[in-house]
Design a protein around this ligand. Structure first.
Ligand SMILES: N[C@@H](CCC(=O)N[C@@H](CS)C(=O)NCC(=O)O)C(=O)O
Length: 213
């Protein structure tokens, strides 16, 4: 199978990869798959990504690219003119640091909140234990976002004078687990920037298909 194939699903992190692909001007085939959709192309997804996570991008040569941050970095490096990554080495370093920060400290917490039983022995039927894990993880997640909001604005946007990879990943990951409501109180200017990015023309088609249709 030639061409790019993206495993993804609506209202999920595959919006990050789809935004990157759209901005890089790359056509791809979207394959609907997610662990919470048993009727989707789950077996095919597991064959290429044993974690079963989306987004999972298969490149034309058959290489498998998982991890939203890695996908954005790869697209930005392959298509430097599209503006996903800054031209300057220092700007790129800032954006790559921010992407990895979001993956390590924010996106990972979403998985704990969604599936607390994966992170605690014998918690499958222990609803109070799962709720305590969720509550603690949410608090930690919000703290990580506050640090991010304080440290990662490069210029008008997170990626520089124009929005780029770091903005798109932040705008999607901040939609989950009550993050936006928390930031509206704790970091209102940052929350306003996230709201603005949701409606940015560069990603309207992708984001509206995920969250409005
Ligand atoms: N580290 C991955 C995380 C991807 C991830 O957790 N994706 C979610 C959807 S938003 C998923 O597929 N979860 C299914 C599961 O863990 O069962 C990334 O940064 O892209």
């Amino acid at each position: 199978m030639s061409g790019y194939r993206l495993f993804g699903s609506r209202r999920s992190g595959s919006a990050i990869a789809e935004a990157g692909l759209a901005i890089a001007g790359i056509d791809y085939r979207l394959i609907d798959a997610a662990t919470w959709l048993p009727e989707s192309a789950l077996a095919e997804l597991h064959r290429v990504n044993p974690l079963g996570q989306i987004p999972t991008l298969v490149l034309p040569g058959g290489e498998v690219l998982t991890e939203s941050a890695a996908i954005l970095i790869h697209l930005g490096l392959m298509h430097p003119a599209c503006g996903l990554l800054p031209d300057s080495a220092s700007g790129r370093a800032h954006v790559i640091r921010g992407l990895v920060y979001l993956a390590a400290n924010c996106y990972s917490a979403i998985s704990v909140i969604d599936y607390p039983e994966r992170w605690c022995a014998d918690a499958d039927d222990d609803e109070p234990a799962k709720e305590r894990i969720r509550r603690g993880t949410r608090q930690r997640l919000y703290h990580h976002w506050e640090i991010f909001a304080d440290a990662f604005l490069l210029d008008r946007y997170l990626s520089g004078a124009a929005p780029g990879a770091l903005d798109w990943m932040a705008s999607v990951v901040s939609r989950w687990a009550g993050t936006r409501s928390h930031l509206r109180e704790a970091r209102p200017a940052f929350a306003t920037l996230m709201d603005e990015l949701d409606r940015h023309p560069a990603v309207t088609a992708v984001f509206s298909r995920h969250w409005e249709e």
